[in-house]
Design a protein around this ligand. Sequence first.
Ligand code: ADP
Ligand code: MG
Length: 268
Amino acid sequence: MELNMLLDRLKLDHLEAQLDRVCEQASAKDLDYKDFLVSALDAEWRGRFQRTVESRLRQARFPWHKTLEQFDVDFQPSLDRRQLRELAGCGFVERASNVVILGPPGVGKTHLAVAFGVKAVEAGYTVRFMTLETLMTRLTRAKRENRLERVLQQLTYPKLLILDEIGYLPLNREEASLFFRLVVRRYERASTIVTSNKSFVDWGEVFNDHVLATAILDRLLHHATTLNIKGESYRLKEKRKAGLLGRAQSAAPAAAESPIAEEVPMTT
Ligand code: ADP
Ligand code: MG
């Protein structure tokens, strides 16, 4: 059988596409049979891996592609490099524990959440990103259409679910109880990253029910790492650099309006 037909039948598409290069390199390096086989299979494996990662990145529906390497940690001294490195290793996804990222607008909460999501995709996990608003629209519609159970099941499936922007819009009682049901479903089964501009003490108002907010926090924080970003908005820094704003105050204005609770333990 011809080589091209064999590659085709074995579905070795990536090797087929790179065959000339692989053969040229093998001849240039004078590889023996075994090393040539390794380099050929390696080309196929890398291509497959890359395609899987790209497909999982699309499924995750990130708002944009941001990485941890693009995050300027020096700009946020309240963040602990070691803790960021540890989260980047995705052990928290393996352990089904959570990450809560708190801070005023513009400090990089969404950037970090997406960056951890990208790491998780690269490590082979299924990831889904959505804003709290999208989540609530989806859950309330599912309930109305008697599909709630199925949608809750779908939302329990990703090994990492990222829920962005808790606190910008207050929820009504029904929405809060739907959110609680989702948190209960994922508790100790799969990881969730949530970002919020509100400190934990304000979550009672966000969820319109203090008892429910406590129950939600209880599950969310049982196995969780909290990143509490207290610095200045990166967006404002860029505007300031461009001369569009005055000098920096001691902290971002929103941080003063919404102080982040200090009493919450950092990690369990
Ligand atoms: P938040 O979600 O806290 O409101 P974002 O994550 O949307 O903030 O960040 C606002 C913008 O600033 C984004 O484009 C983000 O990539 C960028 N940004 C924020 N913090 C940093 C940082 N420390 N280093 C590099 N870019 C940053
Ligand atoms: Mg954000």
